[in-house]
Design a binder for this molecule. Structure first.
Ligand code: HMG
Length: 395
């Protein structure tokens, strides 16, 4: 059977960054709650001329520059912060990247799980037509109400990846475990620009979904925990990954370490909890992109992955989840350079809390005609709205 999986991948984020210790101090919360209690140090915040399209195109650009566009016939854009109810955000990306018209473009949504749905759909397309490649873009802007418990778990980011036959980075294995349950833990109604969330219910729903998806993986011939070398989790905040690892340890009896923070004493086998959370600790929640940012982080900082099996737990509130696995290909390090993503995170412009709050409360996603101020340092910008349609341009 032809190996199919992720051939290459790239990350992008927004122009601004908020320091979570500053956010805590501004609201009288002990900074330790955010830094250690949630495992977050920063969160990305978008400039007025950025959105899921500009971040998604920014992530995809270097990927296509490195790998070309041959065989590209599908672009799947996964997001839960869509900018239009009808048109797929990927259509604007196609234009910004100068891609040809013989590419089918569609948007996929199921909270943070959408990227994994896109990955599995891409694997199916390539299985049928191995000469084709699929561009998957996961891109999200996580927004909760100001002064709500969810506020420190906001963030923004995108990860783009190419799915192909004979992939150079990660071969996706056929068995996976799936769990879907109708639960109102988190959602965003059509008339709201911020998520509605029952935070503690969402943590329980996530952990129960992990148990179900794991059991389903076992029922479908998936590997035991001992046969998985590294494990990635959706990271709405990095402490959630630690909770997930604790749950997996309980249900499997596997001696896997739950040490999350740099310098924490391992209490079992290291499965990459700390290494895979380095970027998300600084990005915040990037929803669909979160588990793939964890993958980028692991690939960037773990030089010993060749031939290793990675478990990936993808969770999207509402809730749909999947536990899948993949094998890292020899030579994957040739495609990775930690400085690329570190530089991206370091280059963000810090904003103080009053500025962040005014960015948050500024009209968001309206279709009124407008011209946006020129702020972003990214390669593409959201230029404004004319005739109720969003306009994008190359910087
Ligand atoms: P909260 O209720 O304000 O926080 O909100 P808490 O009281 O539960 O405290 C959080 C942790 O900080 C606790 O640790 C405290 O002990 C600790 P834990 O018991 O969890 O291990 N703490 C401290 N630690 C050190 N020093 C201190 C200190 N004080 C307290 N001084 C909550 C937390 C996560 C509920 C909130 O931020 C929230 O609602 N977030 C949004 C929802 C969310 O992220 N849910 C995660 C699961 S659902 C999911 O992942 C899907 C999602 O990504 C959406 C999608 O799928 O599209 C969200």
């Amino acid at each position: 059977m032809t190996a199919i999986g992720i051939h290459d991948l790239e990350m992008a984020t927004g122009h601004h960054v908020v320091d979570l210790a500053e956010l805590a101090e501004s609201t009288g919360v002990a900074p330790g709650k955010y830094i250690l209690g949630l495992g977050q140090s920063q969160m990305s915040v978008l400039a007025p001329d950025e959105d899921i399209v500009t971040m998604g195109a920014a992530a995809a650009k270097p990927l296509l520059e490195r790998n070309g566009t041959e065989g590209l016939r599908t672009l799947l854009f996964a997001t839960e912060s869509g900018v239009d109810q009808s048109k797929a955000a990927g259509v604007a990306v196609l234009d910004l990247l100068g891609l040809p018209s013989n590419i089918r473009v569609v948007e996929m949504k199921q909270a943070c799980y959408g990227g994994t749905a896109a990955l599995q759909a891409a694997v199916g397309i390539v299985a049928r037509s191995p000469q084709e490649r699929v561009l998957v873009i996961t891109s999200d802007n996580a927004r909760y109400e100001l002064d709500s418990p969810g506020e420190p778990t906001q963030g923004a980011g995108a990860v783009a990846f190419l799915v192909s036959a004979d992939p150079a980075v990660l071969e996706i294995e056929p068995a996976s475990g799936i769990s879907t349950t109708d639960v109102d833990d988190f959602w965003r109604p059509n008339d709201s620009t911020t998520a509605v969330v029952d935070g503690h219910l969402s943590v329980g729903a996530y952990l129960d979904a992990l148990t179900d998806a794991w059991n389903d993986l076992q029922a479908h011939g998936g590997p035991s925990v001992e046969d998985i070398d590294r494990i990635l989790y959706h990271q709405p905040y990095t402490k959630m990954a630690k909770k997930a690892q604790q749950r997996l340890r309980e249900i499997t009896g596997g001696q896997i370490s739950t040490a999350l923070n740099p310098g924490d004493e391992p209490d079992g086998r290291d499965t990459g909890l700390e290494t895979s959370s380095r970027y998300n600790r600084r990005l915040g929640n990037s929803y669909t992109a979160s588990v793939y940012s964890a993958l980028v982080s692991l690939l960037d900082y773990d030089p010993g992955l060749e031939g290793r099996r990675i478990g990936i737990f993808s969770y999207g509130s509402g809730c749909v989840s999947e536990f899948l696995t993949g094998i890292v290909k020899p030579g994957y390090l040739e495609r990775r350079n930690p400085h690329r993503s570190e530089n991206l995170l370091d280059a963000r412009e810090p904003v103080d809390i009053p500025t962040y709050r005014s960015l948050h409360t500024a009209p968001h996603g309206t279709s009124e005609d407008q011209v946006t101020p020129r702020v972003t340092s990214g390669p593409f910008r959201f230029a404004g709205v004319t005739g109720r349609a969003r306009r994008y341009e190359t910087c």
